[in-house]
Design a binder for this molecule. Structure first.
Ligand SMILES: Nc1ncnc2c1ncn2[C@@H]1O[C@H](COP(=O)(O)OP(=O)(O)O)[C@@H](O)[C@H]1O
Ligand SMILES: [Mg+2]
Length: 381
């Protein structure tokens, strides 16, 4: 089949989408299961060549969104485009998508090579081309020499690499990965993440990656979409999601955060002045719309943005050391404090010095070390 010639080589072969829109585009896509709204009017552009991560708690709608892009589910409303083409009515096998799902098992009785060749055989590529693509893809995922083994003769990490190779062998337009590393232990997960990123960069394949693990999302992604209860809460770079969450949910779901009682002093354009104890902090005003000066607010501030108040510092609040938690490279210091909505403050110290320096029971004054925080109207209690 001559018209398959352009599929040779592992690269993205599609024309850029028209109009500068996303390479994968969802417009008002909704999906219900009975009474459950699994996805509510999702509008999203996935840029060509990026790794976009869907991050959110279990049941948030991540797998549903992925299945809609893959074509395993049909939306109740809305439209999906891939590479500028409407695909809402296109069946999965014609969408040219590579999938690596949590439960997408390898064929146990087939060799590694046969597993990787599977999609190519389905597409009826000529044998020599199949052999060449299998060899190329196995080299890419560093499985050369294991071609004739069966999945059972491989470690968990190697099996995932075979599954990744199988997804990539067809030179997909889009790669979809649903919690692919969640069954692996922590070290292996970390090295697979790095490897995936390297491979993805090499190929430039547009990738949607699903995880409920915020540190995986922060380290792997070009951009993150936070999803909960079927709704897109925020889309941004890992830095934007971590440093400038626009919703209370995002601020609490991604990373450790302290929630401290504070007061809005004034709003000046895009910035709001917040008073916490004797300290003042400028935060983005966008999350405080409708709050009047003097109103109680809740300041979301990361552990690394707090430090011990020294002479001359303005004390934000006080707390009493209740526990230390040794983390290897740093110590987490837990304080009991009335200033915190949960009654607890988390601070972070490099090294181990904090354990001896501030034993349990020590009262310490806390200052804001950085200017990165966000505030939300105080929740009614
Ligand atoms: N096939 C299905 N039938 C009924 N409900 C489903 C089905 N698939 C998903 N759901 C529901 O839709 C919601 C979103 O699920 P899902 O997309 O799997 O979330 P996530 O992948 O973020 O954990 C959940 O409430 C889930 O129970
Ligand atoms: Mg899921």
């Amino acid at each position: 089949m001559k018209n398959r010639a352009e599929t040779s080589g592992i690269e993205q072969k599609s024309a850029p989408p028209a109009g500068g829109q996303g390479f994968v585009r969802l417009e008002g896509v909704s999906k219900r299961f009975g009474d459950v709204v699994a996805l509510h009017e999702a509008t999203l552009d996935v840029r060509r060549g990026e790794i976009l991560t869907l991050l959110g708690p279990s049941g948030g709608g991540k797998t549903t969104l992925l299945n809609l892009v893959a074509g395993f589910l049909l939306p109740d409303s809305g439209a999906i485009h891939i590479a500028g083409q409407p695909v809402t009515e296109v069946p999965p096998y014609r969408r040219e998508i590579g999938v690596l799902f949590q439960n997408y098992a390898l064929f146990p009785h087939m060799s590694v090579a046969a597993n990787v060749a599977y999609g190519l055989r389905m597409r009826r590529l000529p044998r020599p081309e199949i052999a060449r693509k299998v060899a190329e893809t196995l080299a890419l995922v560093r499985l050369v020499g294991l071609e004739n083994r069966t999945p059972r003769q491989l470690s968990g990490g190697q099996q995932q690499r075979v599954a990744l190779a199988r997804a990539l062998a067809i030179s997909p337009k889009v790669l979809l990965l649903d919690e692919p590393f969640s069954a692996l232990d922590k070290n292996l997960r970390g090295s697979m993440q790095l490897e995936l990123k390297e491979i993805q960069r090499k190929l430039g394949v547009t990738t949607i990656f699903v995880t409920h693990d915020q540190s995986e999302a922060l380290s792997l992604s070009d951009r993150i979409v936070v999803l909960s209860e079927g709704r897109i809460r925020q889309v941004g770079t890992p830095g934007e999601i971590y440093r400038r969450p626009t919703e209370r949910f995002v601020a609490s779901f991604v990373g450790d955060v302290n929630v401290l009682r504070a007061r809005l002093e004034e709003v000046d354009g895009e910035a709001a002045q917040i008073a916490i104890g004797a300290a003042k902090l400028a935060v983005p005003a966008g999350t405080l719309r409708g709050c009047a000066p003097g109103a109680p607010v809740e300041l979301f501030i990361r552990p690394e943005q707090l430090r011990l108040a020294e002479t001359g510092d303005e004390t934000a609040c006080e707390g009493v050391v209740s526990a230390h938690s040794y983390q290897g490279g740093h110590v987490d210091l837990h304080l009991a404090s009335e200033a915190a909505v949960s009654g607890r403050i988390l601070m972070r110290w490099p090294g181990t010095e904090a354990i001896a320096r501030w034993p349990v029971g020590t009262r310490i004054a806390v200052a804001c070390a950085g200017t990165e925080a966000v505030a939300f109207p105080a929740s009614p209690s």
